[in-house]
Design a protein around this ligand. Structure first.
Ligand SMILES: [Zn+2]
Ligand SMILES: [Zn+2]
Ligand SMILES: [Zn+2]
Ligand SMILES: [Zn+2]
Length: 470
């Protein structure tokens, strides 16, 4: 469930590209997307860890499993806005010859422009930045629990301090009233993306696969005869465009090959030989893993990647600016990574449930149109059927979380003699360094009083943490 399955899954989905065109997205609490690089070119990449899932691809006839959830989504522009969309999950189902009712498809069939369902995928991720644990404010008012009127609904808001803006209202509040907006490191989010960005993530994965997780140097990969180790494939000679190489190699590796060595002529599956310590095509003496340590390609699921978005809207690209093996990543709050993951990744969002299409009535309501099937006898809306299979990381009861320190294990301290990777950890200045912004602390709610308005805090547009994503 790593590497090969991500590549195979992503390649499969990319080859079966449907629709295309512009992507959009409405903001919502659960989702994360890489920050947009500002025009001055300042690095704003944020660290995330992708978590592998195990999701059946219903849009592929062979029903393979992917580490991400695949679905289709309609994005309807709100008026002329290029940023605001009303989005629904398409419920037309997987058989193009027998489409199930979908209000989105109905609108498209009746003239709605640029709202065809787009192939979309979603990953569970851990967003490895500081969050504030704060009361949920909507329309300038703290929201209180319905059953406990004195208790505010608490949510996690990302700290707004970034390399390009030191201004965070929550840091200000915490400074004024310690404990009012405490920092918490790392939250679970969903990274939802169209196929263009999935292609970018796939090339990040390829990039990672060329670096050794154990020593941080470049990996040289040879495809050779399993009898005599004669090289069977010279990619340099074949002149295959880079984006086709993956596919070519996969096919080559799955087929019997005859050894060109006249003394051998063995016919069989090629074997892969990987060696680290390379800079470009040159093996550098003294670099790479020692004899007794195995070369291990980095992969998306055990590497913290620093991602940002570059370019505008439909042309935007996800770019990885830094990477670090999970084992070397140090959380900002001094905890160990296993501790953070145990807390944050214990219960992951079930992406099948999260991306189940809404009922036709709800679809119509979201889109602000009449449900064309409103008077028809109640129909089961289409879309992918609920899956029997639990997600890989899902919360099977009583099962220990995948991440989480094995008992008695000491928090990961770098091991003696562990070779240092070449790439640098991005500098994270301690946050005391930032200039303090004057902020009026928000008043504490009183029992039995109506919610107070806080004009100095911009109304949050996010529904409460733990709320519905759509
Ligand atoms: Zn549809
Ligand atoms: Zn902050
Ligand atoms: Zn041979
Ligand atoms: Zn190595």
């Amino acid at each position: 469930m790593s590497f090969n399955s991500l590549r195979a899954g992503a390649n499969r989905v990319l080859q079966n590209r449907v629709g295309g065109g512009k992507r959009g997205g409405g903001g919502s609490w659960l989702r994360w997307s890489p920050p947009q690089m500002p025009p001055n070119g300042q690095k704003v990449a944020e660290p995330v860890l992708y978590l592998p899932g195990n999701y059946v691809d219903e849009y592929d006839d062979t029903h393979p499993t992917n580490p991400f959830r695949r679905f289709r989504k309609h994005n309807f522009r709100k008026g002329d806005s290029k940023k605001d969309f009303r989005s629904i999950i398409c419920s037309a189902g997987t058989n193009p010859h027998a489409p199930q009712p979908c209000v989105g498809c109905h609108e498209v069939d009746h003239g709605a422009k640029k709202a065809e369902p787009k192939d979309t995928v979603a990953f569970n991720i851990i967003h490895l930045v500081n969050y504030h644990h704060v009361p949920y404010i909507k329309d300038g008012q703290v929201q209180y629990k319905k059953d406990k009127p004195g208790e505010p609904v608490m949510i996690f808001e990302p700290c707004e301090r970034t390399p390009v803006s030191y201004n965070c209202k929550w840091c200000g509040a915490e400074q004024q009233r310690p404990g009012s907006a405490p920092l918490v490191f790392g939250r679970q989010r969903i990274h939802e993306m169209g196929l263009g960005h999935l292609g970018n993530i796939l090339s990040v994965e390829r990039q990672l696969g060329n670096v050794c997780a154990n020593c941080g140097t470049g990996i040289m990969r040879k495809y050779e005869c399993q009898q005599c180790q004669t090289p069977l494939l010279d990619l340099g000679q074949l002149n295959i465009p880079e984006d086709k190489q993956e596919e070519f190699i996969q096919k080559f590796l799955s087929e019997q090959q005859q050894c060109p060595n006249p003394a051998c002529r063995f016919v069989g599956l090629p074997q892969i030989f990987e060696d680290c310590g390379y800079v470009g095509w040159q093996k550098v003496p003294g670099r790479g893993c020692p004899e007794n340590v195995e070369t291990k390609p980095m992969s998306l699921f055990d590497t913290v990647v620093y991602l940002q978005r570059e370019g505008e809207a439909a042309q935007s690209k996800i770019v990885c600016t830094d990477m670090q093996p999970l084992s070397l990543f140090r959380p900002l709050d001094g905890r160990s990574m296993p501790e953070v993951l145990k807390e944050v990744a214990e219960k992951l969002v079930d992406l099948v449930a999260a991306y189940q299409p809404d009922s036709l009535d709800v679809q119509a309501k979201i889109l602000g149109v009449q449900n064309p099937w409103a008077n028809a006898p109640q129909q089961q809306y289409g879309g992918p059927p609920p899956q029997q299979q639990a997600p890989y990381y899902g919360p099977p009861p009583q099962q220990a979380p995948y991440y989480g320190p094995p008992p008695q294990q000491q928090p990961a301290a770098p091991q003696q003699g562990y070779p240092q990777p070449q790439y640098q950890q991005p500098q994270q200045p301690p946050y005391q360094q930032y200039p303090q912004q004057p902020v009026t602390p928000y008043p504490q709610p009183q029992q039995g009083q109506p919610p107070v308005t806080y004009p100095n805090v911009p109304a949050s547009t996010r529904p409460p943490y733990g709320g519905n994503s759509r």
